[in-house]
Design a protein around this ligand. Structure first.
Ligand SMILES: [Zn+2]
Length: 436
């Protein structure tokens, strides 16, 4: 009897357990647990080439009513990565399983290039050319963040010297993602004057004193007046905004090749480098004490006070004043108009009266904003130099990537028969058009 009684109890107990499990399973099922993610799946992100993509932080959690509270975190497996330096489509996936459920999600990330390439034109040094005279392209480069150098893909249209007038030369380039850039320059074509009858018989004993860089614009046959130097042209390397922490390295490179350059200096940086540059045979010119546009271009007096103070520093460092200068922003800058209309035209006259010679440039390195790449600086400079008798190259010794291009530029110049020279008041002045 006792054994039977125990059996009955055990049977009832077992049945209760089975019932309980069945009921729990049913509740579990009815409860319909789900796994959800903290970030929606199936979405697509678009990211610009080279920018930073932050993958969303995805968590998996339970949605249910009993046993597990909604929001309980579940272990998640995440896969996939995005390389914004390579155009294309990427998939980020995640999956999680537990509580009798599973779920997975995907996010698509398209790395795209919507930034158009940049075209940099070397300045054209002539004010006009005559009808049917050959237009010599001063050079250009095109670079794209995603595609790199696109110079060879530039389409140039509108070169026409067959008739007089203003002609717009249009440069267009399209990158692999279909983004286009267009820039243009206008050249003035003038009717070629009729040759005058030859009546002058006096011998050509007068030595032309015309400024060689200006002469080609004014005289129809510039090669007669300024023959190009026999072994290629003259390169005037100029460096603005220093001294800086890169100036010593630059001076070392120039010394290695015995090349002299010009430093348009500011009040910033280690002034003993001005002393060193001068001692090593480089020219020192004034750029600006403060290089603060709103201050120096607020009035003629403000500008003159700034450059006089800079010249005092140059005197202290080198033992002599300089009489060469480069305007911050160049003589053609338009930013000064904001502070003082007409100031550039007046300053150009005042400086000339005071015995200063100012220099702009006719070869751009692009280091002021066009590029941050040493190879591009090198390409811009040598493309700009090619075919010029006198090249005044603009670089900044405050930029390491630009300073790093100098040795290659020097080697290229020397190998191609060019001479390097420092600027002085008697050098060919390269002037841009004053716009204010
Ligand atoms: Zn500057």
């Amino acid at each position: 009897m006792r054994i039977r009684g125990i059996r009955l109890i055990v049977t009832i107990f077992m049945a209760a357990i089975v019932l309980f499990i069945a009921a729990a399973g049913l509740i579990f099922r009815l409860n319909n647990f789900k796994i959800e993610f903290s970030v929606p799946t199936g979405e697509t992100d678009t990211v610009e080439y080279g920018s930073e993509y932050l993958s969303p932080q995805v968590d998996a959690f339970v949605v249910g009513k009993i046993f597990y509270k909604t929001g309980k975190k579940i272990k998640i497996q995440r896969d996939g990565a995005v390389d914004t330096k390579t155009l294309g489509t990427y998939k980020l996936t995640w999956s999680a399983q537990g509580v009798g459920a599973e779920n997975s999600g995907v996010r698509t990330v398209n790395v795209v290039d919507t930034t158009p390439p940049e075209i940099l034109l070397q300045p054209y040094s002539k004010d006009f050319i005559y009808t049917n005279e050959e237009y010599i392209e001063p050079g250009y480069t095109a670079t794209d963040a995603a595609d790199g150098d696109l110079t060879s893909a530039v389409i140039v249209e509108g070169i026409d010297t067959s008739s007089p007038g203003d002609k717009e030369i249009v440069y267009t380039v399209t990158d692999k993602s279909g983004n286009s850039a267009t820039v243009s320059r206008t050249i003035t074509v003038k009717e070629k004057p009729k040759p005058k009858p030859v009546v002058v018989v006096s011998p050509p004993d007068a030595v032309p004193t015309t400024d060689p860089a200006v002469a080609p614009d004014a005289i129809p046959a510039p090669e007669v007046v300024t023959p190009a130097p026999a072994n290629g042209g003259v390169i005037y390397l100029t460096f603005d905004d220093g001294p800086s922490i890169y100036t010593a390295q630059l001076l070392d490179v120039l010394a290695k090749y015995g090349v002299k350059a010009t430093f348009f200096v500011t009040g910033r940086g280690d002034r003993s480098l001005i002393t060193r540059a001068a001692a090593e045979g480089h020219s020192i010119g004034i750029h600006s004490l403060t290089h603060n546009y709103s201050q120096i271009y607020s009035s003629e007096d403000a500008f003159l006070a700034d450059i006089d103070a800079m010249n005092e520093i140059i005197m202290q460092q080198t033992g002599s004043y300089t009489n060469i200068l480069r305007f911050p922003g160049g003589s053609s800058n338009t930013i000064s108009r904001k502070y003082c209309p007409g100031i550039m035209s007046r300053l150009a006259n005042i400086l000339t009266e005071r015995g200063f010679v100012y220099f702009d440039w006719n070869v751009l390195s692009g280091d002021a904003g066009g590029t941050k790449n040493t190879g591009t600086v090198y390409t811009n400079v040598i493309n700009g130099i090619r075919g010029k008798a006198h090249s005044v190259v603009l670089q900044h010794d405050t930029k390491s990537f630009s300073v790093n291009a100098v040795e290659s530029i020097v080697v290229w110049g020397l190998n191609n028969g060019y001479t390097f020279a420092p600027l002085n008041a008697g050098s060919p002045t390269v002037h841009q058009r004053i716009n204010n």
